[in-house]
Design a protein around this ligand. Structure first.
Ligand code: LLP
Length: 385
């Protein structure tokens, strides 16, 4: 939902551009504080979803930590003012250099995804004269019921250590003198709207925790990853995800030990709805069965529709004429460069502005230079009044 004044200010800016509603981000963070942080849950923002400094600033202010998947993300988090003890570092393919970055900063935890990674981390930590805090990423084989490209917790996925490797893990762990095992970590997938997979995850966590205890490991923390989804179809009906229900599920289902910390790594649910890609109609082209609205943003600015068949609501900002049927497409030389097919929208003309909604997570960060396109600018509601 945009005000007239906002739309007027958009008219003076070069399109396409990202526009972030920081007011909505703050309200979202308030809900996380109320339903998550207030219960003692530790929440790390998955910086891969959005790494813009003004966004990170709000997140830091709210008291969240960071979840990283690369050395550069660790550096970005530190530059944005997060403390190393608030930083978790996941990823199946950490390079030696990235591991050294994490060790140098004494981060909260390395979420290790394979036995070989543990071995390498142990070697590098001992050479550096450090003890690395480790959380073992376990693959719980839980179906997340989401797009297969963003499903991560099944045996067939590359992520985490599968149950069959646990005997070898327990055998080898005591030999790693430069590692301190402090927790277990999970992440079953992304854009999970239904809470059932999280309930199933809790059951797996409970039994795995028993197993670690039997082997003599008292876990200081359980990290459940992220994955909570947002409403892409009707962003104005649900601008803030229902965090109350999300956190309550874990209150009820997790069997925690005394003093045990619970961590989450939420990305999309925090920043998804606050970001919009604003674009201008270049041409209207009559097709055989539809009209093509060719806009100046493409898959280079927002790849989600092309990559995951994702649907982002398209809102026409400068026309309230009777509706016509459109395919809203970008300028890139790929047929997958299509935002919406066969939708009814107010009649558009060259120069009209559209907003592609719910683009705050995995939008700008996944943009590319294909066709030698330039990186677009970002604007923030606090600056554009
Ligand atoms: N923790 C780990 C270990 C992850 O791999 C991810 C996301 C998250 C947390 C945060 O998940 P979230 O709360 O945002 O669902 N580019 C895709 C999403 C890929 C997610 C990758 N991992 C998309 O645009 O849908």
């Amino acid at each position: 939902m945009f005000t007239k004044a906002q739309i007027e200010s958009f008219k003076n800016l070069k399109t396409p551009f990202y526009y972030y509603d920081l007011e909505l981000l703050r309200s979202t963070l308030d809900q996380i504080k109320e339903h998550g942080l207030s219960k003692g849950y530790h929440i790390h923002f998955a910086i891969k979803a959005n790494f813009n400094f003004p966004v990170l600033e709000q997140i830091k202010e709210a008291g969240l930590g960071i979840d990283c998947v690369s050395g550069k993300e660790i550096e970005r988090a530190i530059e944005a003012g997060f403390e190393p003890e608030q930083i978790a570092f996941a990823g199946v393919g950490k390079t030696d250099e990235e591991i050294l970055t994490g060790l140098h900063h004494d981060i909260f935890s390395f979420n290790c995804e394979s036995l070989q990674e543990l071995e390498v981390l142990n070697e590098l930590a001992s050479e550096a004269g450090k003890t690395a805090n480790v959380s073992i990423r376990l693959n719980p084989n839980v179906e997340a019921n989401t797009h297969k490209y963003i499903t991560t917790g099944l045996n067939e996925n590359k992520f985490g250590i599968t149950a069959d490797k646990l005997p070898s893990l327990f055998e080898i762990l005591p030999s790693f003198k430069a590692l301190k095992l402090s927790g277990i970590h999970f992440h079953i997938g992304s854009q999970i709207r239904d809470l059932k997979p999280f309930a199933e995850l809790c059951e797996k966590v409970n039994s795995l925790q028993d197993l670690f205890e039997q082997k003599g490991y008292q876990l200081e923390h359980i990290n459940l990853g992220g994955g909570y989804g947002i409403n892409y179809d009707a962003p104005d009906d649900e601008p803030i995800p229902d965090f109350k229900s999300f956190f309550e599920l874990f209150d009820h289902k997790l069997e925690l030990r005394d003093g045990q910390q619970v961590h989450f790594e939420l990305g999309r649910s925090i920043v998804g709805q606050c970001g919009n890609l604003i674009s201008k109609v270049l041409f209207i082209k009559e097709g055989i069965s539809t009209n093509f609205a060719v806009i100046d943003a493409g898959m280079t600015e927002l790849i989600r529709p092309a990559l995951y068949q994702a649907s982002h609501k398209v809102e026409v900002l400068t026309s309230s004429k009777p509706e016509k049927t459109y395919d809203v497409v970008g300028p890139i030389c790929e047929s997958s460069d299509t935002f919406q097919r066969g939708i009814s929208l107010p009649e558009m003309n060259r120069g009209d502005l559209v907003a592609i909604r719910s683009a705050g997570a995995y939008g700008e960060v996944m943009s590319s230079g294909f066709n030698l396109r330039e990186r677009v600018k970002a604007y923030y509601s606090d600056d554009l009044k």
